[in-house]
Design a protein around this ligand. Sequence first.
Ligand code: ADP
Ligand code: NA
Length: 324
Amino acid sequence: METIFSGIQPSGTLTLGNYLGAIQQFVELQNDNDCYFCIVDEHAITVPQERLKLRSNIRSLAALYIASGIDPETSTLFVQSEVPAHTQLGWMLQSISYIGELERMTQYKDKSAGKEAISSALLTYPSLMAADILLYNTNIVPVGDDQKQHLELTRDLAGRFNNRFNDIFTIPDIRIPKVGARIMSLQEPMKKMSKSDENEKGFISMLDEPKKIEKKIKSAVTDSEGIVKYDKENKPGVSNLLTIYSSCTGESIKSLEAKYEGKGYGDFKQGVANAVIETLKPIQDRYAELINSVKLDDILDQGAEKASFTANKTVAKAKKAMGL
Ligand code: ADP
Ligand code: NA
């Protein structure tokens, strides 16, 4: 039994990328492990958010976690800002983080590129993410591969703290799914699919209606070759659709290539669309039942209480180690 922690930002409706890269593996892991799944709202405010929208995104993300199969009886599901230990340890870890190493984070470079008013929290957010993980004596962090660099930093900070003060942190390992670690944009297949994409046709939201899903997949960028074959370098669009298809159905990419041999992209895209719709439809139905239920509030209250219990113990140890 391992301790697992992972978080998702409530910065918009989750995409198929979030589902296949993150949530799908959370569901697999929850039965045999001690799991903490967090709605990281304090990460979301590193860029401007609208108050009411953020509120509703937090609730919507909680409902999506549960609708996707996260069982709040088995796993601890909670909102980051409801557990003050996160910012407490986050600050302590910021004090041992170097500006240089934070500035090297590619996500920071991407998100700050061309912007004028960049919040200092956008830069220091990986230190808070390290705190999120280290508070629970986490062994394994299941994430998409865009989080590799942040996880490396988490490991560095844990080691640095242990060396400098006292050996209190477990050094966590990353777990990246074999297929689906990086779902790409449907319009720009060299870019990852993201809920913050300005082009709505580039991503599939987990709550998109079947008709919309079909339309987006049909207009996905491919190539003019007409051959369904996995080749990430030369056929990024088709390869991305194969990855999506395979992660939705569990069918191997090899067998999908065989299935669509001699067939055009029209048939193939219809197959991808069906696979995605069949994956998301049951989640959407459960979501509709959950979203307005008061049960959701109780679940989050209980989650925050459970998380605080462990997190506060870690903060007490860290304070003592630092002399606070
Ligand atoms: P986003 O990047 O969409 O704002 P988050 O930063 O909240 O999402 O990421 C939540 C989780 O989803 C992380 O584990 C991240 O690695 C994973 N993830 C995000 N986008 C993708 C993608 N396109 N493919 C696979 N996994 C992804
Ligand atoms: Na991300």
